[in-house]
Write a protein that binds this ligand. Structure first.
Ligand SMILES: Nc1ncnc2c1ncn2[C@@H]1O[C@H](COP(=O)(O)OP(=O)(O)OP(=O)(O)O)[C@@H](O)[C@H]1O
Length: 257
């Protein structure tokens, strides 16, 4: 199966700053999840901004569905990739339902309003995310966690092939974190590709798919979860930690020591 997203030898530096990452390569296929881990400020969100076309890498190539990312129109890109950034939009005044339905924009002609089928999809997606009761609430009255779930709903309504989530669980309670991880697994089963960032190595072990790990100097390794060794994670987070295999869970857990 060919890669949906292929990043080859990517580098990025902000103007007049030193490189954040250099020569970084990985690929993601449909049905795969890539979990990105790394210290604060190392460049994870910057990398996601490159993957969505918001920033242009200073070197290297990005191909989406075999096409150079830079050659796709914003509308075609939006049909392929949905992005849930860390800084969620300030869309005061809109109801949750009207906000979620804006995910249909790439499919509408200029000045065309969303139709009944678009609203139906938005409602169904809010139900899928167990936040249907928020549909009529003004978006600017939501809690941080509610806003995070509603923004994920908008990304799903966009019907992309690749969903990019920047710290999608950062504002969520324990149960909602599990809900989002289950949703990510379900999306992969449904043949979407998903890229997410998290500060919790346990999320990578729960998802148990591809991982990309940044070290403290911007070095990057990608592969399966066997890459997540105590030594690498200690270096990444500059702290004592232990990996324990828990037979009852059939997986490894990471604990601070
Ligand atoms: N527009 C910008 N101009 C200059 N520097 C920037 C800009 N945006 C981010 N940076 C810097 O780039 C570095 C990487 O930031 P980025 O947000 O990508 O890190 P991150 O790994 O996502 O961090 P965190 O885990 O804390 O969210 C940081 O040092 C940040 O200050």
């Amino acid at each position: 199966m060919t890669a949906l997203l292929e990043a080859s030898h990517l580098s990025y530096h902000y103007p007049h700053r030193k490189p954040l990452f250099q020569d970084l390569s990985f690929s993601v296929k449909r049905g795969q999840v890539l979990t990105l881990l790394g210290p604060n400020g190392i460049g994870k969100s910057t990398l996601l901004n490159c993957l969505t076309g918001l920033l242009t890498p200073t070197a290297g190539a990005l191909r989406l569905n075999g096409h150079p990312l830079a050659q796709l129109t914003p509308r075609d890109r939006a049909k392929l990739v949905a992005y849930v950034p860390q800084q969620l939009p300030n869309t005061s005044g809109l109801s949750v339902l009207d906000f979620v339905v804006t995910g249909r924009t790439p499919y509408l002609n200029f000045a065309q309003s969303p139709g009944a089928a678009d609203y139906d999809l938005a409602r169904k997606t809010l139900t899928k995310l167990k936040v249907a009761e928020l549909a009529t609430h003004p978006i600017n009255t939501l809690s941080g966690g509610q806003l995070q779930l509603v923004t994920i709903a908008r990304a799903l309504v966009q019907e992309p092939q690749l969903i990019i989530l920047d710290e999608p669980t950062s504002a969520l309670d324990f149960g909602r974190q599990q809900q989002v991880l289950t949703l990510v697994t379900q999306l992969a089963h449904d043949n979407f590709a998903v890229i997410l960032t998290t500060h919790n190595p346990n999320h990578a072990f729960i998802l148990n798919q591809q991982v990309g790990l940044f070290g403290t100097h911007g070095q990057f390794v990608a592969g399966d979860t066997s890459l997540l060794t105590e030594e690498r994670l200690r270096e990444t987070y500059q702290t004592g930690l232990k990996l324990l295999f828990v037979p009852e869970l059939h997986r490894t857990i990471c604990e601070l020591v």
